[in-house]
Ligand binder design. Structure first.
Ligand SMILES: Cc1cc2nc3c(=O)[nH]c(=O)nc-3n(C[C@H](O)[C@H](O)[C@H](O)COP(=O)(O)O)c2cc1C
Length: 195
């Protein structure tokens, strides 16, 4: 299992050299999210899977929005990164359904304060499950956060239900660069064991 976790890395250099059909990729993504845990099995995570032209369209929206808010020097660096994301096969938009959160708060008032936090935690688990699943299929990916600047155009372009709140974006494709070595902080700063 640990070997599966270690395979997941951030890949910015994406390409389209995958031996998967779009249907097979879609199935992997759906299964990973379906099997992710959520409080009371509430399944608040949602995903819009953008393939091919739709993924390109998403990154065009990001470029358009960044042009309205970033200074020229910052914009250039961001656009370079975005070109790497757009060079992939697709992008997964991860949402959390706020209606589910509100319904849970109504049904379980004792836990009302927890549900928004648990929804975010569930979303993170779903993202991690997809990322790890893709990595173990040899598919590179990274986790991006261009919300909320793209939210309105995303909703309009793909007719996303108003209760779905965009939380993260995961561009994916073939791995076109080696992963840099990962550094780790000292264990004694992170972990304590008592017996
Ligand atoms: C909650 C969370 C938010 C992140 N947001 C971003 C992001 O907006 N852009 C990005 O390039 N990477 C983002 N990352 C990826 C981290 O930078 C990356 O996982 C970390 O540097 C470790 O590298 P690794 O993924 O190769 O293990 C995020 C990761 C997490 C868990």
């Amino acid at each position: 299992m640990l070997e599966l976790l270690k395979k997941r890395r951030t890949q910015y250099a994406l390409g389209r050299n995958l031996n998967f059909t779009e249907d097979a990729l879609e199935a992997l993504i759906r299964e990973a999210i379906r099997h992710s845990p959520s409080p009371f099995n509430s399944q608040s995570s949602r995903a819009v899977i953008l393939l091919g032209d739709a993924s390109q369209r998403f990154w065009s929206i990001v470029r358009e929005e960044l042009r309205t808010i970033l200074a020229a020097d910052m914009l250039e660096a961001s656009l370079d990164k975005i070109n790497g994301f757009a060079a992939g096969v697709g992008t997964i938009l991860f949402f959390e359904d706020q209606q589910t959160v509100h319904d849970l708060q109504k049904q379980w008032p004792l836990y009302a304060d927890h549900f928004p936090v648990w929804s975010e935690q569930s979303g993170g688990m779903a993202q991690y499950a997809v990322w790890t699943t893709l990595a173990n299929a040899g598919v590179g990916a990274s986790l991006q956060h261009y919300n909320p600047i793209v939210d309105a155009k995303v909703s309009e372009t793909w007719d996303v239900p108003s209760s779905w709140k965009l939380r993260a974006q995961m561009p994916f494709g073939s791995n076109e660069a080696a992963f840099p070595e990962k550094t780790f902080m000292p264990d004694e700063m992170r972990f304590r064991t008592h017996r």
